[in-house]
Ligand binder design. Sequence first.
Ligand SMILES: [Zn+2]
Ligand SMILES: [Zn+2]
Length: 315
Amino acid sequence: MRSCQTTRREFLRREAAGGLGLLSLTASCATTEPPSPQEAAIEAMETSKLLIQATAVRRPVQEPLPGVFASLGLETVYYIRCGERAVLIDTGFLHNADAHLSNFESAGLSLGCVDAILTTHYHVDHNGGLAHVRQRLGCPVVAHKNAVAAIESGDRVVTAAEMPFLQGWSFPCAACGVDEVVEAGDDVTVGSIAFKVCHLPGHTPACTGYLWEGNLITGDVVFPGGTLGWYDVHWGSNYLDTVDTMKRIEELAPRQLLPSHLLPFAYEASITQNATAAAKDMMNGNKGGPVCFTTRAPLRETGAATRAIQIDPRH
Ligand SMILES: [Zn+2]
Ligand SMILES: [Zn+2]
């Protein structure tokens, strides 16, 4: 039996018991001997079950900002009140999607008010449940133009549905239609809120922010303290884009950042400074991490407003 598997299982058990931190499941571990195919299959099955438990949705929802409700599993799904109407930010894993929705309903939030799903990027932990929720609620999916191919194909590598280096990490990620394709500078109006679309590439070329009243939804772009999310060439991650994106966030000068893991946190300059330094360190190989040189995000935004998109109420 490989020693690292035992470690991973124990780690996941702790996670399943209520911790957060699967994000840190990156430690490499020495292998002593390869498992037999049978051992590997059992291990993968057990790990999958533990992964599902570890990522399960917790109750109740929280309201970290007025009118902003957060349902947390490994991922965070937001329900944002827009006057009488509402939007969802992402849908979470498929196995969590219904639990997120019932979490919101338990807090007295009406799913009938949800007029759109705004997506931050195409990763499985945020949008594996997208097709299901789009069908269940019958509301349009809004995505950045760089996200359309991955969302509409459900590509298992690009969406991180399959990560072969993480045994057992294999989640459904059904292809889903995109109803409104947006790009930087667009305004998406739902109810009383006009969300400004921001392009924040780096983690993926499709990472999309939505800004309103000093609140910036940042997805997996940056976390408390300026920590960066995972980077992988298969997703089109690019640290050069991250450096530009951090400049963009500085210019936007938001008050709050709303990440797609954990809870919103106050923006301060050290966050983007630390993230920029981390990206440059990775590019220079100073941290010994994977150095990713992929093509840069194809869309270089001008910052000019392009279109005003009005989402109509569903009922
Ligand atoms: Zn991601
Ligand atoms: Zn994520």
